[in-house]
Design a protein around this ligand. Structure first.
Ligand SMILES: Cc1cc2nc3c(=O)[nH]c(=O)nc-3n(C[C@H](O)[C@H](O)[C@H](O)COP(=O)(O)OP(=O)(O)OC[C@H]3O[C@@H](n4cnc5c(N)ncnc54)[C@H](O)[C@@H]3O)c2cc1C
Length: 436
């Protein structure tokens, strides 16, 4: 099946697509931008009629900014967000150390704090530059059939409830952790729910903490606080495991008791409670269907890495798909490589997120003393101190960016030469270092 004509009931000008992306969240939109910049004819189908407003992911790491730079979006992101260069860590009122991102070996020596809704907004606006990309909101993915040379997709218009079909050589499921694409493609997941629960809200910031992040650990609960653009600040508190109280009042009371900051007088928005899960798909692809982002993996959001890991999925998918349109015989090999590379990166990120959450949420006086010793005397020791910031900035995640994937690992040399003559070769990595 090549790219064939597509007829949508209320979309007479619709055109053929090479890639269908299901889901216009941050990962689907980034992928659409990257494919657009490679002139790949792309349709994005998003079931929501209007984008989600909640702020969710706020931390955009340097490797993600490097991907955004390829699209000329790094400056737009930087000016819409707040560059966080320092994070101070406290245990029971004692300052344990200060994590400094300002010497990171990157063009972006900070992590950028920007609400997910704004990330989505910038990525959507950017799509207008690419005539080969179209987005259709209010269109729900309902099903797919793999056919010779492509994938037929069933969609439903949210307003009219009319279903219709279209097709493309490739479908990428970027439809989040409850992915219907994953389910219909019969890809299974391994999943685990953590017992920890959190409550968070964004407040107008009068803390005086400026643009620094703060982590307050205590025997009772942990409190995390991050600056946001526009004079707001996010506060996240570990939920009370006994009373199950996850209200805004619980959050403000706990912050005041454990940190001394009084938030009760300030306006709050996006009050939400959330749990933590870990999920990984057993295979990132089925036939001509690929998964990226939360559709493939979920990790504790306390680590702030889920969306960033999805961005790296999108970067690799966008590097592979144009070549595979021309040379589909390589699909099994290329998708298996995508699976290996992204699985390894995801496992490392998810392990870190899990360990970080475990350490930060240990309760009790003995645990507090242990954490104090570990953070102050081990993690902030002269030996490890310089490694901490690159670790938290995701600069030490294997294959953090495409230019960290040795071309010989990515795909066979012959294929690579034909389709990626300008592939940025990584000089330092090797298969053995990569640990594959
Ligand atoms: C509280 C919290 C804080 C977080 N903080 C961070 C952070 O600081 N840094 C970080 O990297 N990550 C963070 N994360 C994780 C991050 O939010 C997710 O990893 C990210 O949203 C994944 O993006 P995605 O595009 O893969 O999926 P989603 O954001 O879930 O987007 C999926 C899209 O697909 C659409 N869709 C779903 N089903 C269909 C269908 N059938 N048909 C059509 N469209 C469909 C949805 O409407 C949605 O728009 C946080 C998460 C939470 C909950």
């Amino acid at each position: 099946m090549g790219a064939q004509s597509t007829v949508f009931p209320d979309h007479p000008e619709s055109s053929a697509a090479d890639v269908i992306i299901v889901g216009g969240g941050p990962v689907g939109l980034l992928l659409a931008n990257l494919l657009g910049s490679a002139h790949v004819r792309t349709w994005v189908f998003e079931k929501r009629e209007t984008p989600l407003e909640s702020s969710m992911a706020i931390g955009v790491t340097p490797p993600s900014l490097e991907i955004l730079k390829q699209l000329g979006l790094d400056q737009a992101f930087s000016s819409a967000g707040v560059p966080v260069r320092y994070a101070e860590v406290h245990e029971s009122g004692t300052r344990l150390g200060r994590l400094a991102f300002d010497h990171l070996p990157s063009d972006y020596p900070f992590f950028l704090s920007i609400p997910q809704a704004r990330t989505v907004e910038i990525l959507r606006e950017s799509l207008r530059r690419f005539s080969s990309v179209r987005i259709r909101d209010g269109t729900e993915f309902m099903g797919l059939t793999q056919e010779q040379g492509g994938v037929k997709v069933v969609l439903r218009d949210a307003r009219t409830r009319v279903t219709f079909e279209t097709q493309a050589p490739f479908v990428v499921g970027c439809d989040g952790h409850r992915s219907a694409v994953r389910e219909i493609a019969e890809l299974r997941v391994r999943e685990r729910t953590y017992r920890q629960r959190f409550v968070m809200a964004d407040f107008l910031d009068e803390s005086g903490l400026g643009i620094e992040a703060r982590l307050f650990f205590t025997p009772e609960a942990s409190v995390e606080s991050f600056p946001l653009p526009g004079g707001w600040r996010r506060w996240i508190v570990l939920g009370d495991e006994w009373s199950n109280d996850m209200s805004l009042q619980y959050l403000t009371r706990t912050v005041q008791r454990l940190t001394g900051f009084n938030l009760s007088r300030h306006s709050a928005r996006f009050v939400s409670k959330f749990g933590a899960r870990r999920m990984l798909v057993n295979r990132y692809y089925a036939g001509r269907v690929l998964l990226a982002g939360d559709a493939a993996h979920v990790m504790s959001s306390i680590g702030g890495q889920g969306m960033n890991t999805g961005f790296a999925d999108a970067e690799l998918a966008a590097a592979l798909l144009p070549g595979l349109l021309k040379n589909p015989i390589r699909i099994p090999e290329a998708f298996a490589t995508y699976d290996r590379i992204r699985r390894r990166a995801c496992n490392v990120a998810a392990n870190r997120a899990e360990r970080g959450m475990w350490l930060g949420t240990l309760r009790g006086h003995f645990a507090s003393a242990f954490r104090k010793h570990l953070i102050r005397d081990v993690l902030f020791s002269p030996l490890l101190r310089s490694r901490l910031a690159p670790h938290f900035a995701m600069l030490t995640i294997p294959f953090r960016n495409l230019n960290q994937v040795p071309p010989e690992l990515l795909i066979s040399h012959e294929f690579n030469h034909a389709f990626y003559p300008e592939h940025p070769r990584c000089h330092s990595n090797s298969r053995s270092q990569a640990g594959l």
